[in-house]
Design a protein around this ligand. Structure first.
Ligand code: FPP
Length: 251
């Protein structure tokens, strides 16, 4: 029986974020180069998108390439950039047909021009879709994003567009690359590693964390549904006590 049967469709997280980890180890286990693992990771990207759309998730954020990943060997960085462009190109028609939007977050200026142009072209092409939004974090890190937001806020204060007193949690949200996107209710990290790796640090403040031992190329729809089932067993208290969650009018 598929785990999808156990999912309560009325309590599906609106936003799921994934740290797709373990491609390199998956390839090494098969005596292959790391890039072999990345290529096989693409089918898990497809499965996650299909599974998320199937149960009504509105936003799926995928950590595809971090700011720190630029420090990997050149052959791997080049292969990953080529893979991103090829995958986005190859999947564009299917994404359009399936009503999926694409939004890329990260330091687009640091991307090779061909990658930047292609992602912007596809983002534009899918912008009228209304179903699942796939947010691809590309050359992204939270430290980069937060510093960027602070600089923009400081510039707006200097230009007297806003005052220091206007700075609030809500205002800060709007200066992040995820402005307009709700915070993830669930973060999945594959491959057994249990850390956040500079990913959505501000946005994950109250997110439920799910660490799966499965390496990313083996993470299929069933594993995605298992993560959702696990999430639905959690009680999200946001600093309150259990009784307040169960009886919202309790004083
Ligand atoms: C982490 O595994 C994975 C990456 C840095 C790249 C993720 C890229 C893909 C899944 C390919 C295509 C993606 C899209 C969105 C088109 P790792 O290399 O750190 O694995 P390891 O920890 O086992 O070394």
């Amino acid at each position: 029986m598929s785990c999808i049967e156990n999912i309560d469709k009325s309590r599906v997280p609106r936003h799921v974020a994934i740290i797709m980890d373990g491609n390199g180890r998956w390839a090494a286990q098969r005596g292959n180069k790391r890039t072999f693992g990345h290529k096989h990771g693409v089918k898990s990207v497809r499965s996650a998108i299909t599974a998320a759309a199937e149960i009504g998730v509105k936003y799926l954020t995928l950590y595809a390439f971090s700011t720190e990943n630029w420090n990997r060997p050149k052959y791997e960085v080049d292969a990953l950039m080529t893979l991103m462009v090829n995958v986005i190109k190859a999947e564009a028609d299917d994404l359009k047909k399936n009503n999926v939007q694409l939004k890329v977050i990260g330091d687009k200026n640091s991307l090779p021009v061909r990658v930047c142009n292609e992602v912007e072209r596809i983002e534009k092409n899918l912008k009228n879709n209304t179903g699942l939004t796939v947010v691809m974090a590309l050359s992204y890190s939270s430290h980069w994003e937060i510093i960027n937001a602070v600089k923009s806020i400081a510039a707006d204060v200097k230009k007297e567009k806003i005052s220091v007193e206007d700075i609030s949690q809500d205002l800060f949200d709007h200066y992040l690359s995820t402005a307009e996107i709700p915070n993830p209710e669930l973060l999945i990290r594959t491959s057994g590693e249990a850390r956040l790796s500079n990913f959505l640090l501000w946005q994950l403040a109250y997110t439920e964390l799910y660490f799966s031992p499965v390496l990313w190329p083996d993470f299929g729809k069933e594993e995605f549904f298992q993560a959702i089932c696990d999430y639905q067993k959690r009680e999200r208290r946001f600093g309150m006590i259990s009784e307040q969650i169960q009886k919202p009018n309790l004083k």
